[in-house]
Write a protein that binds this ligand. Structure first.
Ligand code: ARG
Length: 583
């Protein structure tokens, strides 16, 4: 059950509205914009007055007189043209926090409409090194996966490996050009395969006949040529192993490792279906579907190229059918940058024409690019593409600067320090990404992102570690948790903030926007810090107050840990630096 304070207020307001014969639709409050005036506000009187052509202040006054009687209300005022400002009694807020602190889900409810969601993120390609451009899809996708699961949806994450397009024929033909045949393919590692791909790219850019050859080999591979398939399998295996290692380091996880190639058979079915339905046509040797052009010109979808090869669009159309029929998906969400906007428009429209998944909600979420300080796509210092390994190493190097060296702290040898370094480095990378809204691109803040202060992942981890340290000390002193008492304004502010958790998670879920969680986590950590400075725990005036504050601290720790988890970030027990500070 969700433990929002709003629930109780809205319920009481509804009864009041009913008794005054006012439309209950408007009996809702929101967190006040003016914390100095109130905790919550209801603006319903203004809307009602407009409809009924009455004076909003009169309506608001009638409501507020009744609301003032409610046992949880401290004060109600009517302000401005008819805003109802509500301040709650401390006891009511405190009791609510007691419940949240005891609740397994910390007062968060689940979705009213649990369903099966397939998330398509990552999308790495065989033989291509993963670079910073691949970061966002994995990081955002992983967070959305966790959020969707937490609210009660059945989630399947599929990496959708790019393993079936022309690049496959390009590498194979490059290897043949180099070795004369494919005999040595199985001895090549990821570095060599990547080099072949780079060389193939250069060659195909310059030479039309090389392009033509690559297309032919791709078509033959797809049609089942045994030699090509065997070589391709090796390229794929080696690439998957490399990609898995990158994702393991970033703690980005998938349920399925399907690729475009897994849709091959279904692609054939789609081509047949399109013919039967009279939706496709032959155009210059290719088989295509023409799309509506009512709003803007839209190029046709190419199902089968003139050489018989299946295109990227067809593999995605077929994959929709598989996800609907085999996985029973009710919603499919794709995460890519804006260069694929048209692609997904075309794919979704084709799926609709073919009636492949009439009851499946299809959504393409577009994210902005990661840029360097110059506003251009983020590069290494020498101007090369920033690959993911380099990025992770760079982040680790920064984090090491903030931590003691191996052996300097008892119990922290190389293994322990390096584990911590990895946890913090990944937090730094992920939080810097997730604190921005998905749609906006961001500048990789090289000097800031791994700091332990500011709006960073390590700062939130540090806040958790600091509370862990408080909890350990309290335990050593036999201090126990107690009922929450709101004596100081800082305790009140913190409690009101904690009580918003359900709404925050639900908004992040509905909007598929992890930045809502990142923002809230940062605010909560700051509010906790203010609280902790003003309200000592171990040296509190009396036992009851100390026990209450300990409950509050533990609740903040639990909430921050949950929020970090929803962002795909671990919360280490100790940050080492935290040990020397605080009480
Ligand atoms: N492999 C693609 C790329 O690198 C991304 C895949 C996105 N997902 C999809 N179902 N098409 O551009």
């Amino acid at each position: 059950m969700n433990l929002l304070l709003e629930n109780k207020i809205n319920q009481t307001l509804s009864e009041i509205f009913r008794s005054l014969e006012l439309d209950e639709k408007f009996a809702v409050v929101k967190v006040s914009d003016r914390a100095d005036l109130s905790d919550f506000q209801c603006n319903g009187a203004l809307a009602l007055a407009k409809i009924a052509h009455k004076n909003p202040r009169e309506i608001a006054t009638a409501i507020s007189e009744k609301l003032q009687q409610a046992d949880f209300v401290e004060r109600v005022t009517v302000d401005g043209p008819g805003f109802i400002n509500i301040k709650l009694k401390n006891d009511f807020i405190a009791e609510n926090i007691d419940k949240i602190a005891q609740d397994e889900r910390l007062g968060c409810g689940t979705t009213d409409n649990p369903h099966k969601v397939v998330l398509d993120y990552g999308g790495p390609n065989v033989a291509k090194e993963m670079h910073v451009g691949h970061l966002r899809s994995g990081v955002i996708g992983e967070s959305v996966r966790r959020i969707e699961k937490f609210v009660g949806n059945d989630v399947i994450a599929d990496v959708h490996l790019g393993d079936w397009g022309t690049p496959m024929g390009m590498i194979l033909s490059e290897i043949i050009a180099h070795d004369g045949n494919l005999a040595k393919v199985e001895t090549y590692d990821i570095a060599q395969i990547t080099e072949f791909y780079k060389a193939a790219n250069i060659r195909c850019k310059e030479d039309e006949s090389a392009r033509e050859n690559a297309r032919k080999i791709t078509a033959a591979l797809q049609a089942g040529n045994a030699e090509y398939r065997k070589a391709w399998q090796h390229l794929r295996d080696v690439s998957v192993a490399a990609v898995k290692e990158n994702y393991r380091q970033l703690d980005v996880n998938f349920d399925l490792w399907w690729g475009e190639s897994d849709a091959h058979e279904t692609c054939g079915e789609i081509v047949k279906l399109a013919r039967e339905k009279g939706i496709s046509e032959i155009d210059e040797g290719a088989e295509i579907i023409r799309l509506e052009e009512s709003n803007k010109p839209k190029p046709p979808v190419i199902l089968v190229k003139s050489d018989g090869g299946f295109g990227y669009q067809l593999t995605d159309i077929a994959t929709i059918k598989m996800r609907a029929d085999d996985l029973k998906a009710e919603e499919i969400v794709y995460f890519t940058d804006s260069r694929q906007t048209l692609h997904f428009e075309q794919v979704f429209e084709s799926a609709q024409k073919l009636n492949l998944a009439p009851n499946v909600k299809l959504q393409h979420i577009v994210f902005g690019t990661v840029n360097g300080a110059d506003g251009k796509p983020f590069k290494t210092r020498d101007g090369g593409v920033m690959n993911l390994d380099t990025l992770i190493e760079m982040s680790k190097d920064k984090v090491r600067l903030s931590l003691p060296k191996a052996g300097e702290v008892e119990g922290y040898g190389t293994a322990e320090i390096e584990k911590l370094v990895a946890q913090i480095a990944v937090a730094a990378i992920k939080f810097q990404d997730l604190k921005n809204t998905i749609a906006s691109g961001y500048i990789f803040e090289l000097d800031e992102f791994a700091k332990f202060e500011g709006k960073t992942g390590p700062y939130i981890q540090y806040a958790v570690a600091r509370i862990n340290s408080i909890l350990r000390k309290a335990k050593a002193k036999n201090l126990s948790f107690g009922k929450v008492i709101l004596a100081a304004p800082e305790e009140r502010e913190l409690s009101l903030k904690l009580a918003q958790l359900h709404n925050v998670v639900m908004r992040a879920h509905t909007d598929k926007e992890p930045s809502i969680i990142a923002d809230y986590a940062y605010n909560l950590a700051q509010i906790f810090s203010t609280f902790y400075n003003a309200c000592p725990i171990m040296s509190a005036d009396d036992q009851a107050l100390a026990a209450s504050r300990l409950t509050l601290a533990k609740a903040v720790k639990d909430v921050l840990t949950l929020l970090l988890d929803l962002l795909g970030i671990e919360a280490p027990e100790v940050m080492l630096k935290a040990e020397n500070k605080g009480e």
